[in-house]
Design a protein around this ligand. Structure first.
Ligand code: TYC
Length: 134
């Protein structure tokens, strides 16, 4: 046989020419991708992978000057706390130096930190709000 030829190939190119279609494509090795269910009417549910988002704690830090009522207001306005819960968190920060306002995805946490810091700056309070990866 001539070099570059394989068994079954016509010796003269085009001698047995025919249109090459999908049926002529090389068959995959191994079992069919549908497990041989094609045309059987059997539905297959495949698991779609989901990924847990990275979560971030938003924290308030204590200082000696920000009024307690302002901190309570911040917790009500930006963290959807009722007055009792906001007061509890504010007092926790006041007594322990730091406290959690909530846990959020990155962009939400970042937005809350910015909103709190902007309001504190506008009122000239030294309140600090930060985020940390859980
Ligand atoms: N320590 C402040 C005060 O005595 C109150 C305060 C609480 C400030 C929480 C900041 O994150 C804070 N006025």
């Amino acid at each position: 046989m001539r070099s570059g030829m394989s068994p079954g190939m016509p010796a003269r190119p085009g001698a047995d020419a025919k249109t090459v279609g999908m049926a002529d494509r090389p068959k995959r090795a191994g079992p069919p991708a549908d497990g041989g269910r094609e045309g059987t009417g059997t539905a297959v549910l495949t698991r779609t992978r989901t990924r847990k988002p990275n979560l971030y704690r938003v924290l308030l830090l204590n200082d000696d000057y920000t009024p307690m009522e302002f901190v309570v207001h911040v917790l009500e306005r930006f963290f959807n706390k009722d007055r009792a819960e906001a007061t509890r968190i504010m007092m926790h920060v006041h007594q322990n130096g730091v406290g959690e306002c909530g846990v959020f995805t990155y962009e939400v946490a970042e937005t809350k930190v910015t909103l709190v810091m902007d309001l504190a700056r506008k009122h000239m309070h030294p309140l600090q709000c930060v985020m940390e990866k859980k």
